[in-house]
Design a protein around this ligand. Sequence first.
Ligand SMILES: [Fe+2]
Length: 240
Amino acid sequence: MIESLLRRIAAEVRLHRHNRLNRKGVVSESAQNYFVLHDILPKNIHEGLCSTVQTLNDSWVSKSTAWRSGSAIGGHELKDSVCAPWLEYLTSSDFLEDVRTRTGLANLDLVPEQDMNRMSLLSYSGAEGTRGDGADWHMDGSIYLGDRWAGILVLEEETSEADAKLELKPHGNRVVLPAAEMKNTLILFQGDHVEHRVRPMLPGEERVVISLLFSTWPVMTLNPLLRRYQARVNREFYDA
Ligand SMILES: [Fe+2]
């Protein structure tokens, strides 16, 4: 009992310190790995998701802030949507075991269902005469006690450029991935340690991804400052 309390306090202190350093751009050298997992969904599930997502027209919340523009549907809304049956696979032990085996991250788990970032749908598009959707270089905050892993599962990436729109900067070096290989691929990275961006969409381009949030200890901090930070980010994405 005392031991687990001490472990919890140590994790809270570590997380608070991490977020403080993160804001100054200080990150851990040991958290710069990323994984690119192709063919992550069974073919029929990928196709089922792509076709049901097309029918979600009214549910998207479009937002444009200084650093990001795009549309999103949070996890709570997705649960009641036509996509729900197809999304069940992402919470199955088959899926989690596959990700754990392919990454070697044996403790990886999705964050709890109450968190709308556990699973959300993000859409980026570009239209003539407007600034295309995208997100500037940034690092995420973290509100979970374990290592935070952001997962971007690309459903569609209909773009005209050779490089995929999601770019990472592990160890400060920009990495681009081939756009042609992005469909049905999960990119897993520690977004609170690795800078990343979504390059602006050009007119006619379209990109739809499922954003997944994993942690090696998926217990949310009790720190009110960090929780308030997350509430502000949620409002920027979903009107939450
Ligand atoms: Fe991010």
